[in-house]
Design a protein around this ligand. Structure first.
Ligand code: ZN
Length: 239
């Protein structure tokens, strides 16, 4: 298992550099004892960055996670076991903004329409979320956008905690996809966006919704089976 350094709190998601030790070497990747690099999962793409050692540097161009082991794919093999990792912050921070806004939108849509989030994918410059059952009108989209932006204006705090699985199942079992998480996992990392959303997630998130900026919905597309896909972009807080 790799120790995941951004796991404990929203503040930890803002760490950009760390020291780690290589515990395993593959032909094109290394495993560290601890990491800040996000491995692709839950609709959030992997982090990129570098691993530095005394006398050299390797680029990390892809990160995956299998059974708790995080693999950092590198363009050259580090010559030392002790490395200093640096995450590409622009890319990571964009993912944090989109991921937190996705949670917010999922919470808003659940509260107003009772539609569950059945899929999502985020990028550095846009995101899409699939809702079911849903058949949104242009007025609905305007309302979803307005409700998201209202929550952002309220600067809702984002908190991350670890909770008992049973508690989560009782409180939000219906709307979340807790049943998809392997049964042997009894403690879950939960992300809360003020009073708007509360859901198990392993992603990296903002400390406050105000850093999201502004949500602008681009389009709604029907994906059949009462499923609607909403695609949106974020405008920076200063724009
Ligand atoms: Zn998430």
């Amino acid at each position: 298992m790799t120790e995941i350094l951004y796991f404990p709190s929203a503040d930890a998601c803002y760490l950009r550099e760390f020291d780690g030790r290589i515990v395993e070497r593959g032909p094109d990747h290394v495993v560290l004892d601890r990491t800040l690099f996000y491995a692709e999962g839950g609709g959030q793409p992997w982090d990129t960055g570098v691993l530095r050692w005394d006398g050299g540097e390797a680029k990390v161009h892809k990160v995956t996670k299998e059974k708790g082991v995080v693999k950092h794919y590198v363009d050259r093999m580090p010559e030392r076991d002790e490395v200093h990792g640096i995450v590409d912050w622009g890319r990571r921070y964009a993912h944090m903004r989109y991921h937190t806004s996705q949670h917010l939108m999922s919470g808003v849509v659940w509260k107003i329409y009772g539609a569950r989030t059945v899929g999502n994918q985020l990028y550095t410059d846009r995101a899409r979320v699939d809702f079911q059952p849903a058949n949104f009108t242009p007025e609905d989209l305007k309302r979803i956008e307005d409700e998201c932006n209202r929550a952002i204006a309220e600067a809702l705090p984002v908190t991350i905690s670890e909770e008992d699985r049973v508690k989560i199942e009782n409180e939000i079992g219906d709307r979340s996809l807790v049943d998809l998480i392997p049964k042997h996992i009894t403690r879950l990392r939960v992300v809360k966006v003020g009073d708007r959303d509360y859901t198990p997630c392993g992603g990296t998130h903002l400390r406050t919704a105000s850093e999201i900026g502004r949500v602008r919905i681009l389009e709604r597309r029907s994906k059949g089976k009462e499923t609607d896909r909403i695609t949106y972009v974020l405008e920076s807080p200063q724009e």
